[in-house]
Write a protein that binds this ligand. Sequence first.
Ligand code: G1P
Length: 275
Amino acid sequence: MNITTCLFPAAGYGTRFLPATKAIPKEMLPILNKPLLQYGVEEAIDAGFNNMAIVTGRGKRAIEDHFDVSYELEAQIRGTDKEQYLVEIRNLIDKCSFTYIRQNEMKGLGHAILTGKPLINQSAFAVILADDLCTAEEGVLSQMVRMYEKYKCSIVAVEEIEKNQSNRYGIIAGEKIDDDCYRVNLMVEKPEPEEAPSNLAIIGRYILTSDIFDLLQNQKPGKNGEIQITDALMKQAQQGKVIAYKFKGRRFDCGNLDGFMEAVNYYYQALRDNT
Ligand code: G1P
């Protein structure tokens, strides 16, 4: 059975972008004229997903409004040259459904994913963290779906990082089984560089088999007192059921100002090159 649901944890406060994120969800911050979350949804649609499951929280209503028709706006611009600006988002809304659930306590990424459980009714699902913005010839999630079809287990996307950055990521170690693939045997959430088992960092793209929910349910708080998806995945890894895939493409860490600005510059240049 194809996997068709992509989960977007989007309940975080976005404190690093205050005051911009005081009233605007961080997932709605735009790279050029498009919110971060829309890039993620487009990547999921390209990979064949048609149900977007979004874990939101207080103050995130703009997300629901964005992925809905705005009759007033449509009526205002109908027949004018401004209509073109809505074509893309209209097409996107037509192609998929959106379901929402609220996370009312911030207890970590693992907890956010567990909160999304009622929205998932398949044996596997994808997760996109929208502030990791990825650009690639073939979308990163599409690449991962191919890996899932081959290995039929959880897949995490990884990239090489400078070791001194290890305390910002989940870090994996494993046995290389193919050019870009490792069978994971160790996963550590945000280790200090001297404790990092490798320089392969997990980025915000996952395909998870649904047994992850039982593992998350029983997962004790880990790093920073939060329920970590990395720790629950480690239990699957102990059974050889996690593949780390070194994706082709480029990732921008839009969760911090430097990465955000790099993304803006990159997309602006690409826009200029195409016009
Ligand atoms: C989360 C995960 C971490 C992963 C990262 C990717 O951390 O816990 O393992 O490497 O996303 O962006 P966060 O950035 O939410 O602190």
